[in-house]
Design a protein around this ligand. Structure first.
Ligand SMILES: [Zn+2]
Length: 116
């Protein structure tokens, strides 16, 4: 993951820090030039999907192997931790928020500007 403005390369440690200290609006600031980027909603959605899949596998595992509720919780904790450490690899930053709501809002704004 690189800064779109100055080309600064985010290290694994920095990305991990971002994962834990993410702001509500998914803003990411470049440590080098200070430009604000946004965490890609698409890459976030992908990570949540992986987590969901892991949970489904765990729940199936309980029924198949009778690991019990303690096994489920242990598995969930491991899956969540695993995702946190894998998350920096799937993480992407974009210059504009790429969430569906933000995109629709921008399109509305564009139409308004063209109408003038
Ligand atoms: Zn930068």
């Amino acid at each position: 993951m690189r800064c779109k403005n100055c080309g600064y390369y985010f290290s694994y440690k920095e990305k991990l820090k971002l994962t834990w200290g993410l702001t509500f609006n998914n803003e990411v600031q470049c440590p080098d030039c200070g430009k604000t980027h946004y965490l890609s909603q698409k890459s976030l959605a992908m990570s949540y999907l992986i987590l969901l899949l892991m949970e489904v596998v765990l729940i199936l595992g309980i029924n198949l192997f009778d690991i019990g509720i303690e096994g489920l919780f242990a598995g969930l904790i491991i899956a969540t931790l695993l995702l946190f450490f894998l998350f920096p690899f799937t993480m992407k930053i974009v210059e504009q928020p790429d969430g569906l709501l933000e995109r629709q809002f921008r399109e509305m704004e564009n139409k308004k500007l063209k109408g003038k």
